[in-house]
Ligand binder design. Structure first.
Ligand SMILES: Cc1ncc(COP(=O)(O)O)c(C=O)c1O
Length: 374
């Protein structure tokens, strides 16, 4: 039986041919394909300005600068995310202030945010874990009342929506990833969705060394920008992917629904929130009943691998990393994030997997847990 990875991008032949065309064109870095991708993304996000980036990490770094986050500021975020979310805050010289997650959504617990706000708080940086959107109404209610900027780490949210509105089509600054594992990919890449023309102009400058090209051929630099531009090679992949997004998302939702139907309740695994309208099902993650198992998560992953099934871990709670413990965070600070981060496994879910693959995965999970019961 073929090895089933936990995810795999679906790249069609037309896209592969399109990339070959870009390679033959003589213009492979940022050029016409990046422009076209930005236009198509802007259209997708209801006409908002979009800047393509070489990663969502770069988009988040720029968003923090655009939002005016500086050394000494605090940014409120979740401890349960890819570590990029907190690293970008540190790299801006600010402090990530973690707020525990809601165990039902595994996203930042909005009810706990206000207690974490101090006079130094500058922005909220929520994450839509696995593409399940944070409640945007409550989030922006807090932001408005407390005069805070919001930088949405929507790295995993392409194709997700909040009450009928696409994530990216509303809100403050929205950073999206096109990394290879995401719902649409450009290999590596991402984008920042903005609203304000002046901030969009600043974002454009920060993306590439701060350089402004003048009509007389001269250049001017007023801000120390970075190097976050997307290549046309990557943008061409992204253009080919965007066409399929409206098919990918329902396919992911269907597969997620199959998981709920096929999962053996007796396994004792904790399933994610069953949301088939807002969530884009970027990942299907269950919490293992480790206290009732004679094996740890590593053993489970190995046993799945031996059955030809790939499993991911997204993610350990960030405040337990040495870097963040140095800031004063300790085990026990965020019990929900620690429990989820310690027991979570990502099971295969991607548009090209077969319906029967879901049954195969569920049977393997149930069997391994049954055979390793304490
Ligand atoms: C929640 C979250 N934030 C940020 C990122 C960073 O995205 P990129 O790899 O495009 O820099 C990722 C990527 O996995 C992510 O999942």
């Amino acid at each position: 039986m073929d090895y089933l990875p936990f995810t795999r991008p679906s790249i069609d032949e037309e896209t592969i041919a399109g990339v070959a065309e870009v390679l033959r064109s003589g213009w492979i870095t940022s050029g016409p394909c990046v422009k076209q991708l930005e236009q198509e993304l802007s259209h997708y996000f209801g006409g908002r300005p979009v800047r393509a980036m070489s990663s969502a990490t770069g988009a988040l770094e720029i968003a923090l600068q655009v939002a005016g986050v500086e050394a000494g500021d605090e940014v409120i975020t979740t401890p349960l995310s890819w570590v990029a979310t907190a690293n970008v805050v540190l790299r801006a010289g600010a402090k990530p202030v973690f707020v525990d997650v809601d165990p039902a959504t595994r996203n930042i617990d909005l009810e706990r945010i206000e207690a974490a706000i101090t006079p130094r708080t500058r922005a909220l940086l929520p994450v839509d874990m696995a593409g399940l959107p944070v409640n945007r109404d409550r989030l922006y209610d807090i932001a408005r009342r407390r005069s805070l900027r919001v930088i949405e780490d929507a790295a995993q949210s392409m194709g997700a929506s909040w009450n009928g509105r696409r994530i990216g089509s509303c809100g403050d600054l929205v950073a999206i990833s096109f990394h290879a594992n995401k719902n649409i990919t450009s290999g590596e890449g991402g984008c920042l969705v903005l609203t304000d023309p002046a901030e969009t102009e600043l974002c454009t400058r920060l993306r590439l060394q701060g350089v402004v090209r003048l009509p007389d051929g001269n250049q001017e630099v007023e801000v120390a920008g970075g190097k976050h531009n997307l290549t046309d090679i990557a943008a061409r992949i992204g253009l080919g992917q965007l066409k399929h997004l409206d098919a990918f998302t329902p396919r992911r939702r269907f597969l997620a629904q199959r998981y709920f139907e096929c999962f053996d309740a007796a396994s004792g695994c904790e399933l994610p929130l069953a949301d088939y309208t807002n969530c884009n099902w970027h990942m299907f993650q269950v919490l293992l009943p480790l206290a009732r198992m004679r094996m740890d998560r590593g053993g489970f992953i190995q046993a799945m691998h031996q059955r030809g099934i790939g499993v991911g871990v997204h993610y350990p709670a960030m405040h337990l990393f040495k870097l963040y413990r140095k800031l004063g965070y300790n085990p026990g600070d965020f019990p929900h994030a620690e429990r989820v981060g310690g027991a979570t496994v990502t099971l295969p879910l991607f548009p090209d997997m077969a319906d029967a693959d879901v049954e195969r995965v569920c049977a393997a999970v149930a069997e391994i847990i049954r055979e390793n019961k304490k």
